[in-house]
Design a protein around this ligand. Structure first.
Ligand SMILES: Cc1ncc(COP(=O)(O)O)c(C=O)c1O
Length: 473
């Protein structure tokens, strides 16, 4: 209700109120001394963010539309450089294998390949993509439980690093090696408990049960296989660096045991990914700034254990890590626009956005920070953010402090770089463009927005279904 209309019914002689004034419901906000909570943390308020890497959000939307994924080349490069540096300064020249499934947008892969990252792939498609981007076979780490024969044959011929997941795969690789009359180098994926995380026992061979040792013995005895590495991925979003210290210790001890008879020497240990990003994991009460350790705390734990565990050798094996989310998550934001508002029966304000869980799969795991791209119009309130899909579970945030929103308002959601450009759904809506802001602030489209042609590209109409009959008249 406008102040002006209320007053005009009271008296025609009253002076006219300023036209832009609007009435806002009174609200009681508890007084927070200096806004500190009991953990010494300032209460998180959603501050406005009107630019990304120096480019205005409004300008990006005008040029490329909304919703829009925006990638920062600068941040991507600085993230991987920081990690590489964190290993190097601790005396370990670690190799990074870029985990394609985290974000396999070609430009993102190529930024990382330019920075020296190998490719870590988990399927035939990802393998073929890495090869198409120019990554040589010997710089591809081939993980994953489903490696069809044709994919294995190609990977073997191209010298890829095969990380064997299960016995049937081992049999298949051995059979291919026999047919080719070759000795094929392989690494084994292992799983074991570190005491810090739930082991991902569905991948690889279990150490505690003795299965891994049996397989190692079998590989050592094979005329067509050569064991060159060990691989383990302890899980994801690991918040305690000590988990890696235990992991590396276990791998080094196993390596020493394997090498004890002098028959073989391993080339590498691959510790997988799992380093956390600065995202707000659901169920974790404290904000990321307080719970997520710095990358250097992880590399300190890893390198200390690695240097100690490999000290028995004259030449250290190569250390490989496969970080995904820690490299790309905060290098991408999602711009989305308000398409409508609702007041829920509880009285809480809600907004419908043009991006939902179709684009933001990680909304199931994270409370993504959300910022308004324009100055606030009033006091923040607990607001519900819905996506555009006609589906009840399409909720981006169940409750987030935001000032009053209006249709057309742009919101910036971040970090979103990990697992969204790969797990997004082609469901109900077109998927939008992904752009990259380069270090000189120029902007390129790195993935075109979808349109009707994209959506129908794989449909085929049998002859008798080419038209819709009289309904179309
Ligand atoms: C084998 C392997 N390597 C690397 C990763 C990347 O993990 P993160 O994004 O947690 O670093 C994953 C993710 O599940 C994985 O399964």
């Amino acid at each position: 209700m406008s102040t002006m209309s209320t007053m005009s019914t009271m008296s025609t002689t009253m002076p006219t109120a300023p036209a832009a004034t609007t009435w806002e419901a009174p609200r009681i906000t508890p007084l927070e001394f200096n806004q500190l909570n009991k953990f010494g943390q300032r209460r998180v308020r959603s501050e406005a963010q009107d630019h990304i890497d120096g480019v205005l959000v409004a300008e990006l939307v005008e040029r490329f539309g909304s919703p829009l994924f925006v990638t920062s080349e600068k941040r991507l490069r600085s993230n991987i450089r920081r990690l590489q540096q964190a290993f190097a300064t601790r005396g370990v020249a670690a190799v990074h294998g870029w985990s394609y499934k985290t974000n396999y947008t070609s430009a993102i892969c190529n930024v990382l390949h330019q920075e020296g990252s190998w490719a870590e792939v988990v399927s035939r498609f990802e393998y073929e993509k890495a090869r198409r981007l120019g990554v040589p076979g010997h710089r591809i780490l081939f993980n994953g439980p489903n490696k069809p024969r044709a994919a294995l044959e190609r990977a073997i011929a191209e010298g890829a690093r095969l990380h064997v997941d299960h016995l049937d795969e081992l049999d298949l690789i051995e059979a291919i090696a026999r047919e080719r009359a070759e000795v094929v180098p392989i690494a084994l994926r292992l799983n074991f408990a570190t005491g810090f995380t739930e082991p991902w026992s569905r991948f690889g061979f279990n150490l505690e049960s003795g299965q891994a040792l049996e397989v190692i013995a079998r590989v050592k005895a094979s005329a067509h296989l050569k064991l060159v590495g060990l691989h383990n991925h302890i899980g994801t979003f690991i918040l305690d660096p000590r988990a890696y210290a235990v992991q590396v210790k276990i791998l080094c001890e196993l390596m020493q045991r394997i090498e004890a008879d002098g028959q073989i020497k391993l080339d590498y240990l691959d510790i997988g990914g799992g380093l956390p990003s600065r995202n707000a994991l659901q169920g974790v009460y404290l904000p990321p700034d307080q719970v997520v350790p710095e990358p250097e705390e992880f590399t300190e734990a890893i390198c200390t254990a690695f240097l100690a565990g490999t000290a028995y050798r004259a030449e250290r094996p190569q250390l490989i890590f496969e970080s995904g989310r820690a490299v790309v998550d905060d290098a991408q934001v999602l711009i989305t626009s308000v398409v409508g508002r609702k007041t829920l029966p509880s009285g809480a304000p809600a907004a419908i956005l043009d991006a939902g869980i179709n684009l933001l799969f990680t909304a199931f795991w994270y409370h993504h920070p959300v910022r308004l791209a324009s100055p606030p119009r009033g006091q923040p309130r607990e607001t519900v953010l819905y996506g555009p899909m006609c589906m009840n579970i399409d909720v981006v945030r169940n409750s987030v402090q935001l000032p009053p929103l209006e249709p057309g308002d742009q919101l910036v959601i971040s970090p979103v770089g990990a697992y969204n450009n790969t797990q997004w759904m082609q469901f109900i809506e077109y998927r939008p463009a992904v752009v990259m802001i380069h270090t000189d602030r120029s902007v390129s489209v790195i993935r075109r927005a979808e349109d009707l042609d994209t959506m129908c590209a794989h449909d085929q109409l049998p002859e008798h279904l080419r038209n819709i009959g009289s309904l179309g008249d």
